[in-house]
Design a binder for this molecule. Structure first.
Ligand code: 5U1
Length: 681
């Protein structure tokens, strides 16, 4: 039966009114109706929608109460990576940041926007034609989790932008957090129900957002504040960050009222002092100040390094400290065999959390601190940083020295500390369960072989049952074995098997990274892959570079590997040693026999882009920056972050900004993704 026009019109009016009241209450903190009046309107709309099931729209306030529970959260690829911020902890580091920015922009003074850094969770909200369509967590910056239904319940997130001219697509980024009052109320309720209380507002917000049942999220007094625009289509966006904040406010988002334009280092420093004074009076937790270059075109010019923009920095408030007793020290074994001393402490509340463990880094650090078991120690914890011991407050009456064990606490293997090295290692390699488990977790991780669904617990079971004792064993698993494990059904087993199969097609760079060669991170793996072009060529160079017993001087060591840009003597020695180990060669052979393969790239030096420098800008269709960079590197090219006369090509996607303008000004050829593909052939 069609919905009568009157009912449709009334529903529309109620939606508009209720959304307006929500905005006034949750964003402006200035309600104009009583709770009872709001409830009456809300019930009327609910009633209408119940009578006419075609009526509810995605922006209806009735959708905020939370729908049916989900089985899991689907992954969402961010159209533009969600970057993290570099931190600075002192005025000197802030001065250094400002110097780098001025130098990068060749300017004497730079205007920044300073704003509080809320201690919450970064999220992304996508609006299609002004209507909230999808919300996701940050995840690893490239891929997050789809938590749309949970975010819909957050009252200060508009379900429709307050504008008559919404853009085709706009992504808004910001922080979900729990204000102090909401946190206290939630913990009171939890305690009354005999449920677990949360240690701090951040954990409570994180726990609330990751609920599979959106009705639970809806019951938590979460709030949101917006601080950036992400991907957009159909509109350019303002020219300054301060204007972005004004636009977000106009669209109906809560935006920090404390954001200010400040001038240069001195302006930043003064803002920091002022905010530090006000911190205790704010109704929510903040852990520092964020400074961002105000001019958006200048940001494009500065670009990013290693997933953090060069144009912004988080200036953290000093970490909190507390005194407690060092009760014991245990040694943890990492994936490369390094033994890390971990302090077991008498639990103490510091920096918003109960701390029972802290890192002692290594034996040199223990000697420097002159710390022994039984001492009273000062523990420091800042936000998401691992707690650490800063100094001994008072030596214990019956103290006991901390000794490096002669044998691995996990496998009993020999522990050695090479001359001149800080780290002590278990020498048992993958025969050591801890190293095997760590190495396998790294091997399957998203940025390595990317085997979805093969997580820590499943791997621990497989290792424990003796089913997996090398990365190659992952490719020998079968669905029946997996289905027989705890908390695994047939369907999940099939999913894991499919993910294992899919991961066989990879790239040389990912494969090298996945091998877990000490000191070889993603960037080095990419450089090695690009330079040698094939695993065989790399292994041959590693063999020829094998260290000789008559220790050569550092600068003469590993001459072939050191031809790779940014590879120094330490990394080169690690690579050479890794490929010299018969067991590692055996694992590599088994992996390739199992079908792990990658496209054969031409040797980089002879690739189609050999000697060429390319700059990426804007959003490329169906390919993120990393993948595009990998493609260029695999064909011998170099990727640079900024456009200059030396740039050979700029590869531009949607919403390309000042880099594209600069390329046009300098007459640098501009390609789209198809153009790049044609160039590579
Ligand atoms: N206030 C504020 N917090 N915060 C966090 N701004 C801000 N910007 C961020 C992050 C991660 O990232 C920028 C790179 C947009």
């Amino acid at each position: 039966m069609p919905v009568p026009a009157a009912a449709r019109a009334r529903a529309e009016q109620l939606r508009r009114e209720l959304n307006e009241h929500n905005y006034r209450y949750y964003v402006l903190d200035a309600p104009t109706v009583s709770d009872a009046e709001f409830d009456a309107l809300f019930r009327e709309l609910q009633e209408l929608e119940r009578h006419h099931p075609e009526l509810p729209t995605p922006d209806s306030p009735t959708q905020r109460v939370g729908g049916a529970p989900r089985a899991d959260f689907a992954p969402v690829r961010h159209r533009l990576p969600m970057q993290s911020l570099n931190n600075c902890f002192s005025e000197d580091e802030l001065r250094e940041f400002d110097r780098r920015v001025r130098e990068g922009l060749r300017r004497d003074a730079v205007e920044y926007v300073a704003e509080p850094k809320l201690d919450g969770l970064a999220i992304s909200l996508v609006y299609e034609h002004g209507v909230f369509a999808r919300g996701a967590t940050r995840g690893d910056g490239e891929t997050g989790e789809d938590i749309t239904e949970n975010l819909r319940t957050v009252r200060s997130i508009p379900l429709r932008l307050r504008t008559g001219h919404p853009p085709r697509l706009a992504e808004v980024r910001g922080e979900v957090y729990l204000p102090h009052k909401g946190f206290e109320r939630l913990n009171r309720q939890q305690a009354e129900r005999g449920e677990k209380t949360f240690v701090n507002p951040r954990n409570a917000a994180a726990g609330s957002l990751r609920q599979l049942d959106p009705r639970i999220t809806a019951s938590r007094p979460l709030a949101f504040y917006a601080y950036a625009l992400g991907h957009r289509e159909g509109f350019q966006g303002p020219r300054t960050h301060f204007e972005v904040l004004a636009l977000l406010r106009e669209w109906g988002f809560a935006v920090s009222g404390l954001a200010e334009i400040v001038d240069g280092f001195d302006g930043c420093r003064r803002y920091y002092e002022r905010l530090a004074q006000r911190r205790a009076t704010l109704p929510y937790d903040i852990d520092g100040v964020v400074y961002k270059v105000n001019d958006i075109a200048s940001r494009e010019e500065l670009g990013s390094v290693a997933r953090a923009p060069r144009w912004a920095v988080a200036h953290k408030f000093p970490a909190e400290e507390a005194v407690t007793v060092l009760e014991n020290v245990e040694f943890q074994v990492g994936r490369t065999g390094v033994l890390t001393p971990v302090a077991r402490l008498r639990p103490v509340f510091v920096g918003g959390a109960n701390v029972g463990n802290a890192t002692l880094h290594n034996m040199d650090e223990i000697a420097r601190l002159a710390v022994e078991i039984g001492d009273e120690v000062v523990v420091r914890r800042a936000g998401d940083v691992i707690p650490e011991i800063v100094r001994v407050q008072r030596p214990g009456a019956q103290r006991r020295a901390i000794r490096l064990p002669a044998h691995c606490p996990v496998c009993g293997g020999t522990v050695e500390r090479a001359e001149g090295e800080v780290a002590a290692r278990c020498m048992n390699g993958l025969s050591c369960r801890a190293q095997l488990h760590g190495a396998l977790l790294h091997f399957v991780s998203r940025r390595a072989m990317d085997v979805e669904g093969l997580g820590e617990k499943l791997l621990a079971q497989l290792v424990g049952a003796g089913r997996v004792s090398s990365p190659a064993d992952i490719y020998r698993l079968d669905a029946a074995t997996l289905a027989g494990l705890e908390r695994m059904g047939e369907k999940s087993a099939e999913n894991v098997m499919a993910a294992v199969g899919k991961s066989k097609q990879t790239t040389l760079a990912r494969f090298l990274y996945a091998l877990g060669i000490p000191d070889v991170g993603e960037a080095t793996a990419r450089d090695l892959a690009a330079h040698f072009g094939s695993l065989e060529a790399l292994m041959e160079a590693a063999e020829q570079d094998a260290p000789t017993t008559h220790a050569a001087k550092d600068k003469d060591r590993c001459p072939r590997l050191r031809q790779v840009p940014d590879v120094g003597p330490v990394v080169a020695a690690c690579v050479s040693h890794f490929f010299g180990e018969p067991r590692n060669r055996e694992v590599i052979r088994a992996l390739r026999d199992a079908g792990v393969s990658w496209p054969a790239a031409e040797k980089a030096a002879g690739g189609a882009l050999a000697g060429k420098t390319l700059v990426l800008t804007g959003t490329l269709p169906g390919m993120n920056r990393d993948e595009a960079a990998e493609l260029i590197l695999a064909h011998g090219g170099t990727v640079s972050g900024s456009v200059s006369k030396r740039t050979d090509y700029v590869v531009a996607g949607a919403d390309a900004g000042s880099k594209l303008e600069k390329a046009q000004k300098l007459g640098v050829p501009v390609l789209d993704l198809d153009g790049l593909r044609r160039l590579i052939g």
